[in-house]
Design a binder for this molecule. Structure first.
Ligand code: IPM
Ligand code: MN
Length: 354
């Protein structure tokens, strides 16, 4: 197993360090030979070499079997809209160059966290769905993008091709077939031309999957229903920006944004990353929740290496840490909160003991 480790910015290095220790412990337990190498991405890469996704980082990703990714972003750039190079461009370039067109974001609940959700426990308990977000198209990548010469007008362009829509919706149907055979296709076809193309392509594919119950839902309605009745969803597929927004929203079902992992898959090496950002206010304080990244490592074993027992052991260790209340401040009860590194170490010890 050769892994590229990309900690990135903010809390990235701290949470990735814990996920890496967990990965090492699992490899030791199951006798897998692990090699890994770190590389720069994001604001730290701009500072070091002037490029948020340097060619060496891309080369390392390409020759690795999986990428473990932390987070990118920095207030230095967030507060400077005129910055020519932005850290996020590194993440977008990585997604595009690795062909990561599908971002899989499982939304599940944890019994010990139910009270942390702002939603009523009876509404969220047992919620378990998967959001499949298209990741290399739409308004994030469409051109033209820019400003008029006098600076008084700005524009972004949302673009989708039949091919792009077909491959992601097909992938969603394949997941639906493996789960409850229910697929929600989220769009804004009452307004957007790209959404109407999504619907047209999806209606064609629907015929190939007669066993799957397909429903079409406008994104505004989906935003409401995720909160109102999260258990109604099983597999959901949507375009890039809708998926970005809906999955942050969905994280409140879990109880903390610090809990949701993701897998980005596509043409080249897959990337495993938490859905949350770089949380700069917490950087270097050893307080950030490492569980989303540790759970992303679980997805890495399962998706990149087809090692199910390994992923399961990580999940079990994460559940045990929560049951033992060894958790960071975002999900701690009024009592003691543990440090990022303490939570990671507890999980490593748990794995070693099995
Ligand atoms: C995410 C993040 C990124 C996105 C940002 C950092 C560019 O919010 O992975 O969800 O918008 O895709
Ligand atoms: Mn996001």
């Amino acid at each position: 197993m050769k892994i590229a480790v990309l900690p990135g910015d903010g809390i990235g290095p701290e949470i990735v360090a814990q996920a890496l220790e967990v990965t090492k412990a699992v490899c030791k337990k199951f006798g897998h030979v692990l090699t890994y190498q770190e590389a720069l991405v994001g604001a730290c890469a701009i500072d070091a070499v002037g490029d948020p996704y340097p060619a060496e980082t891309h080369a390392l990703c390409m020759e690795s079997d999986a990428v473990l990714f932390g987070a990118i972003g920095s207030p230095k750039y967030d507060n400077d809209p005129s910055a020519k190079v932005r850290p996020e461009q590194g993440l977008l370039a990585m997604r595009k160059k690795l062909g990561l067109y599908a971002n899989i974001r499982p939304v599940t609940t944890f019994p010990s966290l139910l009270h942390k959700s702002p939603l009523r426990s009876d509404l969220v308990e047992g919620a378990d769905f998967m959001c499949i977000r298209e990741l290399t198209g739409g308004i994030y990548f469409g051109r033209p993008q820019g400003r008029s010469e006098d600076g008084t007008t700005a524009y972004d362009t949302c673009v989708y091709t039949v091919e792009e829509i077909e491959r992601i919706v097909r992938l969603a149907y394949d997941y639906a077939m493996k789960r409850k055979k229910k697929l929600t296709i989220v769009d804004k076809a009452n307004v957007l031309c790209t959404s109407r193309l999504w619907r047209q392509v999806s209606q064609q594919l629907e015929k190939e999957y007669p066993e799957v119950a397909t429903e079409y839902m406008f994104v505004d309605n989906a935003a409401m229903q995720i909160i109102q009745w999260p258990k109604r969803f099983d597999v959901m597929v949507t375009e890039n920006m809708f998926g970005d927004i809906l999955t942050d929203e969905a994280s409140v079902i879990t109880g903390s944004l610090g809990m949701l992992p993701s897998a980005s898959i596509g043409i080249h090496t897959s990337v495993f990353e938490p859905i949350h950002g770089s949380y700069p206010q917490a950087a270097g304080k050893d307080i950030a929740n490492p569980l989303a990244t540790i759970l992303s490592a679980a997805l890495m074993f399962e998706y990149a290496f087809d090692l199910k027992a390994e992923g399961k052991l990580i999940r079990e260790a994460v559940d045990a840490s929560m049951a033992a209340k060894v958790v960071t401040e975002d999900i701690a009860e009024s009592g003691k909160a543990y440090k990022t590194s303490e939570v990671g170490q507890w999980i490593v010890d748990y794995i070693n003991k099995q």
